[in-house]
Design a binder for this molecule. Structure first.
Ligand code: CP
Ligand code: NVA
Length: 317
């Protein structure tokens, strides 16, 4: 059976090693320059929504690993016009060694994976953004390798990025509190899954409607846009987020060593103030860079399990 990455718990058992491998690739450039596990492979990436980070980090990361990246914009391919997802999956599996897919409905990436004979990576759906979570926890691990002091606070919408953030916390045993306005809670099935995983790891997961309560004592303060791609007609939604901006006043409740995180793109002045975005404790651009290293690690893991032996030797695990 082919392994896919649709949400971050799909790689739960090896998540910590995947993150360590991503950091090793970033730090040891002498090693990573010669590491070409995708040599001779072609990886296709389908986009139904715009992207800066995901597209560029996948293209450059695949190239660095010796593979050929192919970006397939929805307007240029038959998908959704004259061809079904299932047929597209079967055709592309004949040419390609893996597929990434940025789509609207999460059920679409599930359907692509169901009919694909090569690994499918969710490059953002309305429900999950696992590649973002991999980069986020890599960035946290760079600061606190065993997550001993890490306490995560989310302030904002109960959206796709929060879903994989809470799943990642549950896998790694990191405490996480999310503050969301009433009516904008994360999906119950994702919360239930995260709570179940957290029972084994010991992570404390908690929901509140009070941003100050979530931020109190936290070391990582994370937010995202209030209106996600595909929700542009829900402009009224913005009014529910009064008091949910991450600004210097809110951060007074956080741990003194707080770091600010955002998946980007940021809507400055809405969910975050300029002062916080540009603060020396803002690590948003490290996060953005780490998309590439984290995805290189995930691609190696999903496309060349033989490389596992190399990892084990390199990391002494
Ligand atoms: N964070 C993220 O996925 O960014 P893009 O939409 O630019 O890919
Ligand atoms: N929640 C945002 C994330 C963008 C990277 C969206 O889905 O638009």
């Amino acid at each position: 059976m082919v392994d896919h990455l649709l949400s971050i718990d799909d790689v739960a058992d090896d998540f910590a090693v995947i993150l360590r491998w991503a950091i090793a690739l970033k730090q040891d450039t002498e090693f990573s320059e010669d590491f070409k596990p995708l040599d001779g492979m072609s990886i296709g990436s389908i986009y139904e929504k715009p992207s800066t980070r995901t597209r560029v980090s996948f293209e450059t990361g695949i190239h660095k690993l010796g593979g050929q990246p192919l970006t397939l914009l929805k307007g240029d391919i038959q998908l959704g016009k004259s061809e079904t997802i299932a047929d597209t999956a079967q055709v592309l599996s004949r040419y390609l060694d893996a597929l990434t897919y940025r789509c609207f409905a999460h059920s679409d990436v599930e359907e692509l994976a169901e009919h694909s004979e090569v690994p499918v990576i969710n490059a953002l759906s309305d429900k999950h953004h696992p590649c973002q979570a991999a980069a986020d926890f890599m960035t946290m691990m760079e600061k606190d390798p065993e997550f001993k002091k890490t306490r995560v606070a989310w302030v904002g919408d109960g959206n796709n990025v929060l879903h994989d953030l809470m799943l990642g916390c549950s896998i790694l045993g990191v405490d996480c509190t999310w503050a969301v306005p009433e009516g904008f809670e994360p999906d119950e099935d994702v919360v239930a899954k995260a709570m179940e995983i957290a029972e084994a790891s010991g992570a404390e997961l908690r929901q509140t409607h009070d941003p100050e309560d979530a931020v109190s004592g936290a070391t990582i303060i994370y937010t995202d846009v209030f209106v996600s791609m595909g929700e542009e007609d829900q402009v009224d939604k913005m009014t529910a987020f009064d008091g949910f901006q991450v600004n210097m006043e809110l951060l007074e409740s956080a741990d003194d060593n707080w770091s600010f995180m955002h998946c980007l793109p940021a809507h400055r002045g809405d969910e975050v103030s300029d002062e916080v975005m540009d603060h020396k404790q803002s690590i948003v651009f490290e996060q953005a860079e780490n998309r590439m290293w984290a995805q290189m690690s995930l691609l190696t893991y999903l496309c060349d399990m033989g490389a596992w032996e190399t990892w084990a030797e390199f990391l002494e695990i």
